[in-house]
Design a binder for this molecule. Structure first.
Ligand code: HEC
Ligand code: HEC
Length: 287
């Protein structure tokens, strides 16, 4: 029995011998030293791929918008002569106010029609359309469509004097042939490039709520780490590093799957990417 004890002690001492070289049987150390680094690398690659995907998305979006603009400017040539004659007097900031419009501008209706017209819609750069308050292109295009269909533009006060500047059937047809495809293209563009993503704050709050709060928030303080629900406090704590967000202990422990303690409960890749993005966003907000 005694001999067995001595043997056991010898084996134990030899395993934990601090003077022994690197090839020890210390599984714990290996797991600690290697896995986390691999995990971090793997996530970094995933994250870079995600950033690249977003970049390509934006490139494609810009290209699609540029095409809409180029097409609209091109097709505008078909109606330019009509528009110059019938609309530009009041809807082009480069058209000069006629001399009689400049007399007593404060009370002169011609002056006001022109100023108000340009504020409501300005064709000076053809397309995209300009207007005070930068309303959306769709709303301006639909307004043009409505005015032309109702023949409520040009203003009656104007067409009484300039009868030939009324919108006739041909004008209506060609203006609609310009407006309608642009409306369609923009609607399609908006469907395709809809960027409304769920709010990052809410997403991360939900993750932390599910994975951490039961031990670290709302008065629960496992390992003297609590108040995670209080974002400003969490961000000021030593567990978050805003200078280098991915080095924050809260994040690192999650990546290394040490937190939550049960590995089955570990954050998924997607959740980790969101967590990292969120910390980055906080770092940008609080420099
Ligand atoms: C005599 C000046 C005059 C001419 C010519 C004129 N407009 Fe206007 N237009 C105005 C004024 C003034 C307003 C602003 C009216 C308002 O705010 O109620 C306006 C507003 C508009 C609006 C914005 C309406 C809205 O709901 O926001 C559109 C679209 C428009 N005009 C289209 C046209 C088109 C198309 C033509 C040519 C076929 C034309 N206008 C010719 C004076 C003019
Ligand atoms: C089931 C309970 C439990 C859950 C869930 C949990 N933790 Fe912990 N956490 C602990 C315990 C216990 C400790 C202290 C013991 C330790 O350090 O191993 C601790 C300690 C910590 C510490 C402090 C470490 C230090 O060095 O002081 C941080 C930071 C932390 N956890 C982050 C997290 C994060 C982030 C999550 C969610 C992704 C999380 N924890 C989920 C139980 C939990």
């Amino acid at each position: 029995m005694n001999a067995l004890l001595v043997l056991l002690t010898l084996i134990l001492v030899s395993c934990s011998n601090p003077f022994q070289g690197k090839g020890t049987l210390n599984f714990k150390t290996r797991a600690f030293k290697q896995d986390p680094i691999k995990e971090e690398d793997r996530l970094r690659v995933l994250r870079e791929a995600e950033i690249e995907r977003k970049r390509l998305f934006l490139v494609e979006k810009n290209k699609a918008w540029t095409k809409i603009v180029t097409d609209a400017v091109e097709s505008f040539k078909n109606i330019e002569s009509v528009m110059v004659k019938k609309c530009f007097d009041c809807h082009d900031k480069n058209t000069k106010t006629p001399v009689y419009g400049r007399i007593l501008p404060r009370i002169n209706p011609v002056y006001h029609h022109q100023q108000d017209g340009i504020k409501a819609l300005d064709f000076s750069q053809k397309f995209p359309l300009l207007a005070q308050g930068s309303p959306s292109q769709i709303s301006l295009l639909k307004a043009i469509k409505n005015e032309v269909m109702d023949r409520s533009m040009p203003l009656k006060a104007y067409t009484i004097v300039y009868r030939s500047r009324r919108v006739n059937d041909n004008d209506q047809e060609s203006i609609l042939a310009w407006v309608d495809p642009i409306i369609q293209n923009i609607e399609e563009f908006e469907r395709k490039f809809d960027e409304t993503q769920p709010n990052l704050n809410d997403q991360v709050h939900k993750i932390l709520d599910q994975k951490c709060f039961r031990c670290h928030a709302n008065g629960i303080n496992r390992g003297s780490f609590g108040d995670m629900q209080d974002t400003p406090k969490l961000l000021r704590s030593k567990f978050v590093n805003l200078k280098n967000p991915s080095q924050s202990l809260v994040y690192k422990l999650s990546v290394e799957k040490k937190m939550p303690p049960n590995k089955r409960d570990a954050l998924s890749d997607e959740e980790l990417l969101l967590f990292n993005d969120w910390l980055d966003a906080q770092a940008r907000e609080i420099p």
